[in-house]
Design a protein. Structure first.
Lengths: 115, 114
């Protein structure tokens, strides 16, 4: 069972370059999320998609765009990377939008460095 | 603003010792979740506590939800090196727009030495 698959695992960019982080889940989940994790800041929500065809901003959306390509796939794009976007990025999914005891399933993360 | 504060931030113990880590808030949560994150991996859900005063056990791990649903604790008995990782607590937030997101603590980083 693959669960949530993220690619790439590691990436180094120069300031100003663009890239897309890919995420796919095979659990038929409705909701998908992009988080970043930084020391001392914890997990912060960038964007989420409650269901296919919808996306919404999280806590830290500036500098990012997302696309919910279909029910399985949710991509995160950095149009012009900045050093402040150096972080570990996680994609996650849940059966439905987070309610009382909904469970999040995470991918293994993308470690991104912007020089 | 709902916040979750975890303590201690770091903990290094010897194999076989017992430990307790805490997740506290001044706000009431409808539920709290505990995740464990191993190096290079994403968080994995361990348990969800829903009812005030609830105690759940997962092998050597005991989770408790406070009576007032403002805090939770995780107790590990006879810690093993395989327990090493970052322990995160999280709870659902309800903002004015009724968009439901998770509030995350910063975690307790546990190292269990052989």
């Amino acid at each position: 069972n693959a669960g949530v698959t993220q690619t790439p695992k590691f990436q180094v960019l120069k300031t100003g370059q663009s890239m897309t982080l890919q995420c796919a889940q095979d659990m038929n989940h409705n909701s998908m999320y992009w988080y970043r994790q930084d020391p001392g800041m914890g997990l912060r929500l960038i964007y989420y998609s409650a269901s296919e065809g919808t996306t919404d901003k999280g806590e830290v959306p500036n500098g990012y765009n997302v696309s919910r390509l279909n029910k399985r796939e949710f991509s995160l794009r950095l149009e012009s990377a900045a050093p402040s976007q150096t972080s570990v990025y996680f994609c996650a999914s849940s059966v439905r939008e987070l309610v009382k005891d909904e469970k999040l399933f995470f991918g293994s993360g993308t470690q991104l460095s912007v020089l | 603003t709902q916040l979750l504060e975890q303590s201690p931030q770091f903990l290094s113990i010897q194999e076989g010792e017992n430990l307790t880590v805490y997740c506290n808030s001044s706000s009431v949560f409808s539920s709290l979740q505990w995740y464990r994150q191993e190096p290079g991996e994403g968080p994995v859900l361990l348990v969800t506590v829903v009812t005030g005063g609830e105690v759940k056990k997962l092998k050597r791990l005991t989770f408790q939800f406070g009576d007032a649903r403002k805090d939770s604790s995780l107790h590990i008995t006879a810690a093993q090196p395989g327990d090493t990782g970052l322990y995160l607590c999280a709870g659902p937030s309800f903002n004015a727009g009724n968009n439901r997101k998770l509030i995350w603590g910063l975690g307790t980083s546990l190292a269990v030495n052989p």
